[in-house]
Design a protein around this ligand. Structure first.
Ligand code: ATP
Ligand code: MG
Length: 402
């Protein structure tokens, strides 16, 4: 007896009332995309549950893919068997023997969606439990904390058996919360912000500003590598790379030095907002965290945010650096982020940026020149990459059960 399917549970989205259909559709689409390179595998979506039917594909590799999909609460490899109690007994024993280790305790958890079945849940538990106890020497029952919980689900069409529950990534399916632009630098924070937004169902497109020749090809590559990590969480990601040199040089020519940082940020935000509009996004995500650096005081945010009323999501705003670093390590972006390559902002960073810039002052400094044509030009010069992740992932080794 081998698993032939994976049962997917989606906790949170089942409580979302009338949005439910949308959430389930998005989740199904995420799963189909994640396993597209397993052509025989099929996603079988019913109203209250979803299965991946393996049809001979590598179950272990598919499990690895499912672990990363936002919106899945947990999942269980399972097998479908005929409803005759003798086949259920035989299948249960065979499955059990594959996961059983000497000394393990167990319990049977039967559920009955088919109320016409000739045995009730108590009878099913008893029948299967006795069958295992007769056939596995020294086996003991533990109903409170069993090592192995063999779940038996009787439905109209068949009985399903499973004995492992694997935690999913949680959150909400990608795209179920709309689309946003992620301002992705080469630093530690913005990839973490992107991850948190995506986990909450936001479909993210990344925007990166670079200033050749002041920033090198290698620093661009760093951002592509970070985007690839983010793509790995959702299948693929769009990365817009903005040529920013000209705008930055103009800012430095026009604006007093202690205000260049504020204006530079305002220009980045205006350009990002234009890219957002073009791509029909609804918000902008940044890696800002309160108080970290000069640009991240409330005064500074107030002065920078002035250029748009598009919602700006700052998932890290109240987090401590050490907590951000911990997440960066978990999602495997940290080591890329700490590679020592220059960022367009660090290259042009003024000796003493204003930590409390005044909105009216910065507006005034900017009023001497029309930045709009430069902004348009930067938007037109955007290079857009589509970074695909699943292509390059390799399947892991097989377990016995698949
Ligand atoms: P990070 O670690 O994400 O670089 P940071 O702590 O270095 O953040 P800042 O340099 O002030 O902070 O940047 C604040 C936010 O502005 C970043 O998190 C990012 O969202 C955005 N940002 C900064 N530089 C760039 C860039 N070159 N391209 C795109 N977005 C950027
Ligand atoms: Mg930075």
């Amino acid at each position: 007896m081998k698993y032939d399917r994976i049962l997917i549970r989606y906790g949170e989205i089942s409580t979302k009332g009338r949005n439910r259909k949308l959430f389930v559709d998005k989740l199904r689409r995420s799963i189909i995309k994640a396993i597209a390179d397993f052509p025989q595998a099929k996603v079988d979506g019913q109203r209250d549950r979803m299965y991946v039917l393996l049809n001979g594909e590598n179950g272990h590799a598919i499990v690895e893919r499912l672990k990363g999909i936002f919106g899945i609460q947990s999942f269980s490899p399972a097998v479908k068997v005929a409803k005759e109690i003798d086949s259920v007994k035989e299948a249960a024993l065979s499955l059990f023997q594959k996961v059983y280790h000497e000394g393990n305790t167990f319990k049977i958890t039967a559920k009955r969606a088919d109320k016409d079945y000739h045995l009730d849940t108590g009878e099913i538990n008893y029948t299967l439990g006795s069958h295992l106890l007769q056939n596995v020497p020294n086996l003991k029952v533990d109903v409170k904390k069993p090592d192995i919980n063999l779940s038996v689900e009787v439905r109209k069409e068949a009985v399903y058996l499973s004995c492992e529950t694997i935690p999913g990534a949680g959150g909400l399916p990608v795209g179920s919360s709309g689309k946003a632009m992620l301002m992705l630098s080469g630093g530690i924070d913005s990839p973490v912000a992107g991850y948190l937004a995506m986990k909450r169902g936001v479909a993210v497109e990344a925007v990166h500003f670079y200033s050749p020749p002041f920033t090198s090809e290698r620093s661009k590559q760093k951002v592509i590598d970070l985007a690839e990590k983010l793509a790995g969480m959702v299948g693929s990601i769009v990365l817009h790379i903005v040529p920013f040199t000209e705008v930055q040089q103009l800012v430095h020519k026009q604006v007093p030095e202690n205000y260049t940082m504020t204006t530079t940020r305002r220009m980045m935000l205006r350009i990002t907002d234009a890219i957002r509009e073009k791509n029909e996004g609804l918000a902008i995500v940044t890696g800002e965290s309160l108080g970290q650096v000069a640009s991240q005081t409330l005064e500074s945010m107030y002065a920078i945010n002035d250029v748009t009323n598009t919602p700006i999501l700052r998932p890290l705003i109240t987090m401590d650096k050490s907590d951000i670093i911990e997440i960066a390590q978990e999602i495997d972006t940290h080591d890329i982020s700490i590679r020592p390559f220059e960022d367009c902002c660090t290259v042009f960073v003024p000796a003493s940026p204003k930590t409390k810039p005044k909105r009216d002052k910065v507006r005034h400094f900017e009023s001497y020149v029309d930045f709009e044509p430069y902004i348009q030009k930067a938007v037109e010069g955007v290079e857009t990459l589509i970074i695909d992740a699943y292509q390059s992932k390799k399947a892991n080794e097989l377990t016995d059960l698949f």
